[in-house]
Structures are given as C-alpha cells and as structure tokens.
Design a protein around this ligand. Sequence first.
Ligand SMILES: [Zn+2]
Length: 374
Amino acid sequence: MLVRGAQGDLLRLIAGGHAESRAELARLSGLAASSVSLRVEELIGSGLLVEEGSASSRGGRRPRRLRVSPTAGLLAVADLGGRHARLGLLDLSGTPLVVEELPCDIALGPEATLNWIAASFDALLAAHGPAGVPLRGIAAGLPGPVDPASGRVVSPSRMPGWNNFPVAEHLGAHFDLPVLVENDANLLAVGEARAWPGCETVMVLKAGSGIGCGVIVNGVLHRGRGAAGDISHVRVRTDSSVTCSCGHLDCLEAYASGAALMSVLAEQGIAVERPSDIVAMVDDGIPEATALVMNAGRLIGEVLTVLVNFINPDAIVVGGSLSKAEPLISAIRAAVYERCLPLATRDLEIAVTRSGPDAALLGAGTLLLDAVLS
Ligand SMILES: [Zn+2]
C-alpha cells in the first residue's frame, strides 16, 4: 500500500521492520526530512516510539535506532458476523497478542451485543493484557453500512434494532477512548491489502452470509459517503422473482449470498446451518450445492465486470466463508475475464485472500491506530 505519511504510517514502517531511522522513514514515506523529524519527535514525546542505541558502544558509535515502545499501548478490536465474533488485542505495531472466536448473535440488538463486546474486551485485557500497558482505542467491524462520521449503522439488513444506533458512542461511554466503527468488508479490505504489495487498487469481496466489498484506491480505503463498495443490492435479474432482505426485488444478495444459497437448499430439503456447510457439500461433490455456488459466482462476476471496467483494479481478492468453494472463484474469473476490456484484465489477479482469518482484525488495527494518533 502507498505510504501517506501520517504518524500512523511512520509508526507502522518502524513496527513492520521497514525502517529504523529518520532517513529511512523519509525515503519510504516521501516526506521531507524536517517533517519526518517533527513527527518522530511527537511520537517519542507521546511515548509511542523510543530511540535506542544512542550511546556509543565498545569500539565505536552505534547508529540510533527507532523502535515502537513495548509499553506504548494496546488496541482492542472486534469483527462481528451474524452469528459469531472474532475479538483480539493487538499491540501498536498491529501484531495480535490474542484472538478469540466466540458465538455472538447480533439479532439480540445493539445494546446486548455491544455490552457483551465490552465485557469480552475487559476479560481479554484481564487475562492477556501486559501489566502497565494502556489500552489506546477500540474498533468494531459490523456487517452493515456504517456512517463513518457518526459511527452509526444505517439501514442494515438482518440487524434488527441496529438502525441509527450510536455504536461508537455506546462503546466510548464504556471505555472513554477513541472508538472506530467500520463496515466489516472495509476492515477486511484494509487488512488484506497489506498482503498485496505492488497492488495499489484492490477490490476485496466478502462472500459469507451476505455479500460485501471494500475498495482500496491508490493505497487508501475508499469510504465514499460510507456505503462505497456495497454491491449487495445491485439488481441482477429483471423477472422480480425473489425479494431481497432490503425489500427490493432481485438484488445480488438475494441470489448469490450464503443466506440465499442456504434458503434454496432448504427448499430442496437439504438442511444447512452456515455457509461453510455449503463449501463442505461442494467439496463432497454434491451437485445441487456445486451448481448453486457456480451460479452465485457467475452473478457476482457479472456485477464485478462493470466495476472492473470502471475502476481498473490491480487485484480482486475474495474472502468470507464461501470463498473456500473453488467453483465460486472459477465462475467469478470466467465472467470477469470474458466480459471485461482486455486492457483491464491483462494483469488483473483474481484470487482468494492471503491474510487468513484475522485479516479484518489487522485492518481494524491499522485504521484504529490512525484514529488514535489523529
Ligand atoms: Zn437488496
């Protein structure tokens, strides 16, 4: 990803082992040496960076080294799905100290869910937080559209009671710290983009119970007004046969999401509990499941063709529980490569995520660090 030169970027360059001096920071960030020095002094002043090796050692002077302070702080991050949540503590370099996956039902409403998250963070800190290291901020990823200015969820599907609830305010009241609330696909996009060096513009699709997409443009998350990348309610058919969870007819989500595939299978008398069960059925060669997944991939791919021609990404990365079904990826590839302009697809990579199950938590850490430092 492109380096923008914010304090968080400088801190991450040091934390990631890419730089350990002001000169290296200036070279990698493109900032003037004077700007780098100013920001480094601020980071040292606030206890986030320390400078080591400034004294001369035996036989000669050792160059000074910038390091992230081991006691600089912790970030508490959560990624909520419809039925489960991943929660973790990260250090300020974005490295997880601990990650847990727990059952969690967002249909219980915002207050019960957020109070549970707060209590879970408190328990993680008590069990795994190093003594004397302060918590610096809180981040929560939610499977719905988030207004970045207010930290509220706006008109989400399948999240009863959450519309316009002040999520950031509620968590902030418990912790009295900076709180970042973000759409889950955006967090996945930021976390995953770190694993695609050289790719400046990346679309990261999350294919699970729902369908989401986060967009990185020139190395930066493109939020737009908050709903950028939300492809789930694009109309993909005109025969008005299926009503979507949003109330409209024939949305992509109504045909191609894990929830949609599960309800079709249920109509055929095949019971599945979660999207990963569909992946298992595909792996077992059950033709009904394979056909459904291929059709879902084709529909997703057809929506992506418009976006690929429009934005010309370097990579389309597919995550979420359905991404483990190979026919989904093949069908997306087939639709995009067949229908897009050759110049747009010549070097376009379409692949599954590289960052593993913690990608959204890593993305939350990246964005939260910027929020904490700003
Ligand atoms: Zn819809």
